[in-house]
Design a protein around this ligand. Structure first.
Ligand SMILES: Cc1ncc(COP(=O)(O)O)c(C=O)c1O
Length: 503
């Protein structure tokens, strides 16, 4: 239970869940723990009580409103008055400042909106009933650890947005994308998390990140078709380059002494010729979970400026970085770099809502944005669903406590996976990721034919992503997804091991 003292009073939040209602209760109590005010921000019957121990005055909260926001605004405006109605004699002036009250209410809001995420309580039969790609591609006897979806329950603020929309039949057309407030919320989040100042008006809302990559491949420097990609790479990078008629330049990553993948910047200088117009960057990197350091990105930026390249920077994993590394948006390196960079991101990866199809493209110059919009007009790009927009707002504005909990669990899983692999499959090379819940596995020493992923699938009934899809040279690699409970992850590795016995 969350608790905070403010002078002579105390705030606490409790999450309630019964068969017919659920939601948080915020209590304000005196030093002797008598509850003076209680706000039950329940889904069906929201109400507040003044001095439930004595008078028990009971009032309804406004129905259909965001009753958490209503409660906090009421407390900010009227706390002294409400306390006096509850018979509490407040000192004049009170023994706290307005700024202290605001701070407690900010923390109370985070606690009210985010009950414990329940990340270990995963049930295989409920997961198997999901309709997403991860759980519905293979037959039921296969344990999936491939496509980048997490097994965890939704963040409560997102779940509520979806539930309310369904309950109210609130699925009309979205209002104009600019009026959704999403560009501003995106700008606030980038500033707060990455110290990156972005211009809301240079933001476009797309249905997904990969769509943005394809459009950028069509829009920029078509007269210089060479496009640099760094393999191994999330497969749609390869598809975007090839399917839009560009020429793929593979500046393959190299394994450093730190057993991490690094740019091969010297080679890049030689590979880029006058017919090369673009660089597609994936940072943090899928499949390895590498988070490029500032000095690496700065050298990359030098080459980009020297060779007049446009950059598409896919930063969808930027919110999933573990302690010890820091996500640096490529466009934040310098204004000159920003002016040639399109940054693509979304809430879908970190908050696990890829089925809702909503992403953001940020353009470092008006010219970049214009060319993008002219390349494929908005109607040809398809409309954006109302649910995706509102779930993204709920994610970025209210769901950070959920993400913090998820990151702690993923961090534990990243270690557990390392331990399990060292014990059960010691010949396999594990690239411990600095970000994301995906890990790149070097299976060369195991010599698994035709590919490791095929062998794990056939012999162990566990689905990993096949390394070949990340570049032709990676047939002996596989990518694993560890965003699940410790118990399921343990089963995944056990099944991988059992595949070896099936040789
Ligand atoms: C690097 C990267 N970019 C893009 C995507 C997909 O994003 P979207 O569903 O918005 O196209 C993924 C999904 O795993 C990814 O890992």
């Amino acid at each position: 239970m969350w608790r905070r003292s403010l002078g002579s009073i105390q705030f606490s939040v409790e999450h309630r869940c019964s068969s017919d209602d659920r939601g948080p209760s915020l209590c304000v109590s005196d030093a002797a723990n008598h509850v003076l005010l209680r706000f039950d921000c329940l889904y069906r019957n929201p109400a507040y009580h003044v001095d439930p121990k004595g008078l028990d005055e009971h009032h309804s909260l406004p129905p259909l409103a965001d009753n958490i926001a209503w409660t906090l605004a009421e407390l900010e405006r009227n706390l002294a008055h409400s306390l006096s109605r509850a018979g509490f004699d407040l000192e004049d002036p009170p023994d706290w400042s307005a700024a202290q009250l605001t701070q407690v209410l900010v923390e109370a809001e985070a606690a009210m909106r985010n009950p414990p995420a329940g990340l270990q309580e995963l049930e295989l039969d409920l997961l198997a009933a999901r309709h997403g790609e991860k759980w519905s591609t293979y037959p039921e006897d296969i344990l999936p650890a491939w496509v980048a979806e997490m097994d965890f329950p939704l963040a409560e603020p997102i779940r509520l947005v979806l539930q309310r929309a369904a309950d109210r039949g609130d699925l009309g057309y979205p209002i104009s994308l600019r009026a959704t407030g999403l560009p501003e919320v995106f700008a606030q989040r980038m500033q707060a998390r990455f110290d990156w100042g972005v211009e809301p008006s240079r933001t476009e809302i797309l249905s997904d990140v990969v769509q943005g990559m394809y459009i950028a491949c069509v829009a920029y420097a078509p007269e210089r078709p060479g496009a640099v990609v760094q393999t191994p790479i999330y497969p749609p990078f390869l598809g975007a380059v090839k399917e839009t008629g560009r020429r793929l330049i593979d500046n393959a990553l190299v394994v450093g002494e730190d057993r991490r993948l690094h740019f091969d910047l010297e080679r890049l200088r030689h590979q880029v010729d006058e017919h090369t117009g673009m660089l597609l960057l994936c940072n943090p990197h899928n499949p390895s979970g590498r988070v490029y350091r500032r000095d690496e990105l700065e050298v990359m930026a030098e080459i980009v400026l020297e060779r007049d390249l446009f950059v598409v920077s896919d930063e969808i994993h930027g919110d999933l970085v573990y302690d010890g590394a820091r996500h640096i948006p490529f466009a934040s390196i310098s204004p000159e770099v920003a002016a040639r960079t399109v940054t693509l991101t979304s809430a879908t990866k970190a908050f696990n809502i890829p089925g809702l199809r909503c992403a953001v493209a940020h353009f470092g110059s008006a010219e970049l944005q214009k060319r993008f919009n002219e390349a494929v007009p908005r109607h040809a790009r398809g409309g954006i669903g109302l649910l995706g927009i509102h779930a993204t707002l709920a994610a970025w504005q209210h769901s950070q406590p959920w993400l913090d909990e998820v990151l702690a669990q993923l961090d534990a899983n990243r270690s557990l996976l390392g331990e399990l692999l060292a014990k059960e499959l010691p010949e396999l090379g594990y690239f411990r990721p600095e970000a994301t819940y995906l890990a790149w596995l070097d299976c060369r020493a195991l010599d698994l034919e035709p590919t490791p992923a095929t062998r794990f699938l056939r012999g162990g009934k566990v689905a990993l992503s096949d390394g070949r899809h990340f570049g032709a040279a990676y047939g002996n690699f596989a990518r694993i997804n560890f965003a699940t409970s410790g118990a399921i992850l343990t089963q995944v590795v056990e099944r991988m091991k059992s595949a070896l016995a099936s040789r």
